[in-house]
Design a protein around this ligand. Structure first.
Ligand SMILES: [Zn+2]
Ligand SMILES: [Zn+2]
Length: 334
């Protein structure tokens, strides 16, 4: 089978021996496609993963071989995520499931950018779902990324009628905006790139340029006491200035991205404005189920957000994403 492996500063296609169940419970799946996540790019660029690693975790796949106590069977098309919390440790008990050691150690193997993948019984039992017929593979591949957004929205603890601003309208920002809207809150967006502002507006996220926030200020001040919560889906340092400028006193800033310089929020603003700054990382099985329901009920529309690449062009997909040429790559594998 073919896999796309990290090899120093490149991703190369390698032919490796087919994986088999070999007595393990779970399933061998034939990967139809896999979304390229921002975290894959960070892992590759920052050399967080070793040579030979197979990235990708947003898979849509068909079951090829299975030994499971679940109802899944050979031929089923499934979507799954990659991590499962233990449910018992300190982190899990406090709701920080994505900090759980077991969560971090579980994965689909060797990784999503591969013709075949082993999905464990634990995955099948907790985070895999049967894909209905009326949704495309590219659309359902947003299952895990939208799950991350659902988690962030829940963690933020919004109140009815809240105004929310999403800073950064890349694929995850647009997804976050759509999720916030689908869950019943007023959502605004801002970005530097005109096409993304236009796309935000098209998707029902009232979007503005972050180059000129005067207009946005007028809109907000005219309507309400300000922005109740700011979601940081951009890692640009300037985004922090925008967030601090627009968030109302007592408001919240939800951190959803790393920043290159690891810059933070100034102490005095947090103190004097009584701000809440909180992070949100990776989803729980329940967040993922909510994401699955939002996608399959078509309450969140992800049509047209993806650009398709064959497995052989995975490097190109990484490069184009980094260069902001595309919003979101979907690697079509079979
Ligand atoms: Zn992801
Ligand atoms: Zn745990």
């Amino acid at each position: 089978m073919k896999t796309a492996q990290v090899n120093q500063d490149k991703i190369v296609i390698k032919e490796v021996e087919d994986i088999k169940l070999d007595g393990r419970k779970g399933a061998i799946v034939r990967v139809l496609g896999c979304g390229l996540c921002g975290s894959d790019i960070v892992k590759f660029r920052e050399k967080i993963v070793h040579d030979g690693a197979v990235l990708g975790h947003e898979i849509v796949a068909v079951i090829d071989a299975i030994d499971s106590d679940t109802n899944f069977k050979k031929g089923d098309k499934i979507v799954t995520s990659h991590h499962i919390p233990c449910g018992k440790c300190t982190y899990c008990r406090h709701g920080n499931v994505s900090m759980c050691e077991h969560f971090k150690s579980t994965n689909i193997r060797p990784g999503g950018f591969s013709e075949k993948v082993f999905v464990s019984e634990e995955h099948l039992q907790n985070v895999a779902h049967l894909v209905p017929e009326d949704i495309t593979d590219e659309e359902i591949s947003f299952y895990e990324p939208l799950g991350c957004c659902v988690r962030a929205i829940k963690r933020c603890g919004l109140t009815e009628g809240d105004n929310v601003l999403v800073i950064g309208l890349g694929s995850i920002g647009l997804l976050m905006g759509e999720g916030i809207k689908a869950l019943g809150y007023k959502v605004y967006g801002c970005d530097l790139i005109e096409d993304r502002i236009a796309l935000g507006n098209k998707l029902g996220i009232e979007s503005y340029s972050s180059r000129d926030l005067e207009e946005f200020d007028k809109v907000i001040q005219g309507k309400s006491s300000g922005i109740d919560a700011v979601f940081m889906t951009s890692g640009a340092d300037k985004a922090l200035d925008v967030a601090l400028r627009v968030v109302r006193k007592g408001g919240k800033i939800l951190v959803f991205s790393s920043t290159p310089k690891n810059s933070g929020y100034p102490n005095n603003e947090i103190y004097y404005k009584e701000l809440t700054v909180l992070g949100s990382y990776s989803p729980s099985p329940k967040d993922l189920k909510d994401s699955f329901d939002l996608l399959t009920s078509h309450k969140v529309n992800v049509k047209g957000l993806t650009t398709i690449y064959p497995l052989e062009k995975v490097q190109q997909a990484f490069d184009d994403t980094v260069a902001n040429k595309i919003l979101k790559a979907y690697i079509k594998i079979s």
